[in-house]
Design a protein around this ligand. Structure first.
Ligand code: S3P
Length: 427
């Protein structure tokens, strides 16, 4: 159980662990490339270890050399039928992206995950992959994992995704690498584009413009991949620092991919002072130092168009909205219901427990400003982002906030508690 108490301010400089989305893709895409992929800054969280385990199961040699992960890629057709079930653990990205790759393989695969993942919708990827010619079955009429996949002989499709989801887009793009012809995927609001950027960096035949991505048969070549710090992990610290007047925090080497920086836009709109410095680039992904100064924030309206650019940051935004001046409304965020937990219900329920006035909406929530957070014991629902968001609530609470089952934080941010201690001053 993690216990967090009120702090006076947040101060210092930290690095956050590697980007989760990019770490998964680095292992997967290196595995289907020819030659060696050398990954630096890889996220040592449970989700990304699930991806490594799956690719080892498919016959890819992956070495852990401390500061580097070395993937000995075997090319697009180099994977072998796994002897056993592939286990994606808690990771939606692992299951959905690997399903795209497995759709290109003639052999049989069975993919499962933990109790949370086995409840999450897989029809969103199974439907387009079936259209491409893959055989995919699962529980509940093919909607839920475990999934059984036999692929091969794929044909290209032109698919408009009903949801803005990088996992759906990526599954189709990865299958598209194996399909005859050009596969097109379109989405209303563009989701994160790490797959597109990395495919390009590895020599893939891919173009993207205005919410439309086109991929064709490709040959990929392994290379060095530097993984930037995860802005979704940084967000817990950025939000806390932004909302505590007198704070000054520097996040070093944070990812700045524009499809992920909605949190910076929202914090600025709430009144925070944020600057960016020391920008670098690796594998098509920008990173830089993010400098945050704390102020009294104000409530805002967060609408559908920005949601894909901050989908994982909404729990922590909800928490700091509770101490801002005025009401914050979040709408168009129904995708939160199918994350590791139903993040709308989880957050509303737990925020109420610590004394925050918040109302659940069908597609988001409405949070009153200037709450006195009293503290208390809360659930994590085994969801890492709920646990960390509620830990941030503790930084503003009169009494402590105690988070049950906080070990789930290890999915994306193993040393969260240590980093939090490092930058909090309690007067
Ligand atoms: C991810 C995409 C997002 C995000 C998840 C990681 C990815 O999910 O919430 O944490 O790596 O592609 P959706 O694609 O389902 O929106």
């Amino acid at each position: 159980m993690l216990r967090v108490n009120k702090v006076h301010k947040i101060q210092g400089r930290i690095r956050v662990p590697g980007d989760k989305s990019i770490s998964h893709r680095a292992v997967m895409l290196s595995g289907i490339s020819r030659g060696k992929g050398v990954i630096e800054g890889f996220l040592r969280g449970e989700d990304c270890y699930s991806t490594i385990a799956c690719f080892r199961g498919l016959g890819i040699k992956i070495e852990d050399r401390g500061s580097q992960i070395i993937v000995h890629g075997k090319g697009l057709k180099g994977l072998q039928e796994a002897e056993d079930v592939l286990d994606a653990g808690n990771s939606g990205t692992t299951m959905r992206l690997i399903s795209g790759i497995l759709s290109g393989q003639e052999f049989l695969s069975v993919v499962t995950g933990d109790g949370s993942l086995r409840k999450r919708p897989m029809d969103r990827i199974a439907m387009p992959l079936r259209k491409m010619g893959a055989y995919i079955e699962g529980r509940d009429h093919g909607r839920l994992a475990p999934l059984v996949i036999r692929g091969g002989n794929l044909r290209s499709i032109d698919y408009t995704s009903p949801v803005s989801s990088a996992q759906v887009k990526s599954a189709v793009l990865l299958a598209g690498l194996y399909a005859e012809g050009q596969t097109v995927i379109r989405e209303g609001v563009a989701s994160r584009d790490h797959t597109e950027r990395m495919l390009k960096a590895l020599g893939g035949n891919i173009t993207a413009e205005n919410g439309k991505v086109i991929v064709g048969k490709s040959e990929l070549h392994g290379t060095a991949i530097g993984v930037p710090g995860d802005i979704s992990s940084a967000a817990f610290f950025m939000a806390a620092a932004a909302a505590i007047p007198g704070s000054r925090l520097i996040i070093e080497g944070g990812g700045l991919n524009p499809t992920r920086t909605g949190i910076i836009d929202v914090l600025r709109e709430m009144g925070a002072l944020i600057e960016i410095d020391n920008i670098t680039e690796s594998g098509g992904e920008e990173a830089g130092d993010i400098i945050i100064q704390g102020k009294k924030l104000k409530g805002i309206n967060i609408r559908k168009e920005i949601i894909p650019r901050l989908i994982d940051e909404i729990p922590v935004i909800a928490v700091i909205a509770a101490v801002a001046e005025g009401r914050t409304t979040i709408t168009g965020a129904e995708e939160l219901k199918v994350k590791e937990s139903n993040r709308i219900t989880s957050m509303v329920t737990e925020m109420k427990k610590v004394g925050i006035k918040v109302r659940e909406l069908s597609d988001g929530m409405e949070i009153e400003g200037e709450n006195t957070i009293i503290g208390g014991t809360v659930e994590s629902y085994g969801d890492h982002r709920i646990a960390m968001a509620m830990a941030v609530a503790g930084l503003f609470a009169k009494g402590s906030v105690k988070i049950k089952n906080s070990e789930c934080i290890g999915v994306s941010f193993p040393d969260f508690e240590k980093k939090l201690k490092q930058v909090t001053l309690s007067k």
